[in-house]
Write a protein that binds this ligand. Structure first.
Ligand code: ASP
Length: 449
């Protein structure tokens, strides 16, 4: 069977697994929750690959070019691509939320008054929830987001933090924490050094390339169990929500908000990104979506761009025919800093909260939201619900009350899956577009399957 047909069959199996998983969760939630072990094992297998794969692929990319200076032009275009698509995503989010206005008249006055009255308790609950997501203490979250006399985070502070996050004093700590940015910086510098050391380090260079190929083979093997792993992940999480009665609650209370965010994400993934892809590469964008479908579905199931990275790399290279020289850089970096879905979501959620409390956002405030949502998305880690945490930066920047995040907590785990799928797809489009900017004498792209 050809590779293309095999992958199409795999995609169909994964889709069937997701549908079956949701049905099982709705009708037999307690049985569905029993599958959590399979889901955790699959997720851990994916996550286990991330650090070695990122380091070896980035190093391989530099070694393949033979000279780090050749990265200049594609590197510049990569950053331009990330920033411009994130800003475009935010604009789509702002337009959709201003047109649909999901926060106007959808939340009853009593609920709003209740949140206002118990504002400090609700705030504590929000901080506790977010702290659990990012594994820090609620006080640390509260401190970071400028409670009372503490300093409010400014754009300069956010930028400073971004710069700091590029470097580490301990590579192993970064690896343990799956903190990818400093590992990428180290890998670029290390491989660049290797290219200057000639024959003396030939064994090391060949070794790095072989590790990279072995890891990619491992990912392909993992994809064979993906339908089952994804089934377990999805059914266990949806089952948990169903058993807590959250699924019904979500539809009733936050239906319009969900429709708004999902429509915005859909517009960005099915219109904005495809247009860019077609303009710059002349590829058929919808065929590209099919080629990347296993990565998109894995992102939906894991809610983590980092955990999905191995699959994104595999699909981009072996299905979509994007060259290794591009995927090796664009995808690891993209999984960490390019989050179109998250940025769109943060902007839309902030305006939603403003609409609920009846606060009119001026054009200037909407521009501030756009700017901070872009930075907050860059700063968000590629892990489940990280975007909800960095969203507090956006709320603080325009003076929106943090306690109203409680309105969207129950639906966030679900929306997270949609935005992560868009994040992974945005990275893949970036890899295909940046592929066209490499110098002529770099490795040619493998033929499209
Ligand atoms: N879960 C998202 C990701 O991994 C980040 C977020 O928006 O929460 O890409």
């Amino acid at each position: 069977m050809s590779e293309g047909k095999h992958s199409a069959r795999q995609t169909i199996y994964i889709c069937m697994a997701i549908v079956a998983a949701i049905l099982l969760a709705i009708f037999l939630p307690s049985t569905a929750m029993k599958f959590h072990l399979g889901g955790e094992v699959f997720l851990n297998l994916l996550k286990m690959m991330v650090v070695p794969l990122v380091m070896s692929s980035v190093m391989c990319g530099i070694l393949g070019m033979g000279d780090v200076r050749k990265l200049g032009k594609p590197g510049f275009y990569t950053i331009v691509y990330y920033l411009s698509t994130t800003v475009l995503a935010v604009v789509v989010g702002l337009v959709v939320v201003n047109v649909i206005r999901p926060g106007v008249g959808t939340v009853d006055v009593d609920t709003i008054a209740e949140i206002r009255e118990g504002s400090s308790e609700t705030k504590d609950k929000v901080y506790a929830f977010l702290a659990e997501k990012v594994k820090v203490t609620p006080t640390e979250v509260a401190d970071f987001f400028g409670e009372e006399e503490k300093v409010e985070p400014t754009i300069a502070m956010i930028l400073e933090n971004l710069v700091k996050s590029l470097f580490t004093d301990n590579l192993f700590t970064s690896a343990v924490e799956t903190n990818l940015l400093p590992l990428i910086v180290f890998s670029i510098i290390f491989a660049a050094m290797l290219t200057t050391l000639g024959e003396n380090v030939q064994v090391l260079k060949t070794g790095i390339e072989q590790i990279n190929h072995a890891l990619m083979a491992f990912v392909m093997l993992l994809m064979k169990v993906a339908p089952f792993g994804i089934f377990c992940l999805v059914t266990a999480r949806f089952g948990e929500a169903q058993s807590k009665g959250e699924l019904g609650e979500i539809v009733q209370q936050t239906g319009w908000y969900m429709i708004t965010v999902v429509s915005g994400l859909g517009l960005h993934a099915l219109v904005t990104l495809p247009i860019l892809l077609w303009v710059f590469t002349r590829r058929n964008p919808y065929r590209f979506i099919l080629q990347m479908s296993r990565a998109i579905l894995t992102a939906f199931s894991t809610a983590s761009s980092s955990a999905t990275l191995p699959v994104t790399m595999e699909c981009a290279e072996s299905q979509a025919g994007v060259s290794e020289r591009s995927t090796n850089f664009v995808l690891p970096l993209g999984a960490t800093i390019n989050m179109d879905g998250t940025a769109l979501y943060e902007a839309a959620a902030a305006i939603f909260i403003a609409q609920v409390i009846g606060m009119d956002m001026t054009l200037m405030q909407q521009v501030t939201i756009a700017l901070t949502a872009t930075l907050a998305a860059i700063g968000a880690a590629g892990i489940p619900e990280a975007g909800l945490v960095t969203m507090l930066i956006v709320l603080n920047a325009v003076g929106l009350p943090v306690e109203f995040v409680s309105l969207i907590l129950s639906v966030d785990w679900l929306l997270d899956r949609f935005r992560t799928a868009v994040n992974a797809f945005g990275d893949a489009c970036g890899a295909a577009i940046i592929d066209t900017t490499f110098p002529e004498d770099s490795d040619p792209a493998p033929s499209e399957t």
